[in-house]
Design a protein around this ligand. Sequence first.
Ligand code: ASP
Length: 352
Amino acid sequence: MKKIILFTFGLLLCFSCNESKNSIETLKSKPETKKPEFAIVIHGGAGTILKKNMTPEKEAAYQAKLEEAIKVGYEILKNGGSSLDAVEKTINVMEDSPLFNAGKGAVFTNAETNELDASIMDGKTLNAGASAGTTTVRNPINLARAIMEKSEHVMLSGSGAETFAEEQGLVTVKPNYFFTETRFNALKRAKDREKVELDHDAKTTFYDPFIKDSKYGTVGCAALDKNGNLAAGTSTGGMTNKRYGRIGDAPIIGSGTYANNATCAVSSTGWGEYFIRAQVAHDISALMEYKGLSLKEASKVVIQDKLTDLGGTGGIIAVDKDGNMVMEFNTAGMYRATMNDKGELTIGIYEK
Ligand code: ASP
């Protein structure tokens, strides 16, 4: 009897050894595919950002601000906050910095004013809010959110949007709050160049100064929260030397911003006219929804093929419903950063 018990025990031991050996092998052969609980990705504009034009101090300042901004959103998400809060508060940090072309660092129009655009979208409800051409609202992304949540409209513009901001108790400032020496000098350079170029070929020069002078600098954020909700937002001063009340892609839902829990959340930056015509942000989502492309594939098609073929320049940041993050651009650089649920941070400026 004793022998039988020992034999059975031995067999069991052997079996369980094999079992655990097998499960170790299974673990080894199959990499961990657990979906991230949350994720956040930001941009601070795309454009002709070249290392040779950058001082170490400037580079460090951009990196520090990107890190500060993304960590604000990361903390919100880590503590179970919503992707909308993460997007709004992260963008606020960049809006309040003169480094970026949004809020405090907004570029100048041809008339030497600052006219700001912003939008935000909630991937759960497909609600969206946008403001265009405001001159007195300190944080246009807050206005975009208020329009989404507290009005029955999607987009408000100019003085009407400013009245709504005041009614909602948002922080307003005198228009000269947005004055920065750097942006004003950029306008002067753009105007000088325009004068020279107009002498040569009036037809093709209208937008040239925008591109040649551009470090762009629009800001944007896309986030996935612990409840599986996606959100995206974008805020900008537009393009240097813009005129005639020009509005870019940043406040256009589907171009500058898009979010849908079924697919992804996207924020764009670049030459707005092309982003509007290519419907960049929604196109990425649509390729995922209707054609089953991955976020990476869809972003590549839209930026490297469609936008590039049209002649447009810029990029996007995006996160999908599974927490995959993408930063795709066809310019020399894009200020950008990501953080995953493990707190791992990446920051990039130049192409590679
Ligand atoms: N997309 C913005 C615009 O066209 C500019 C930018 O991204 O820097 O207004």
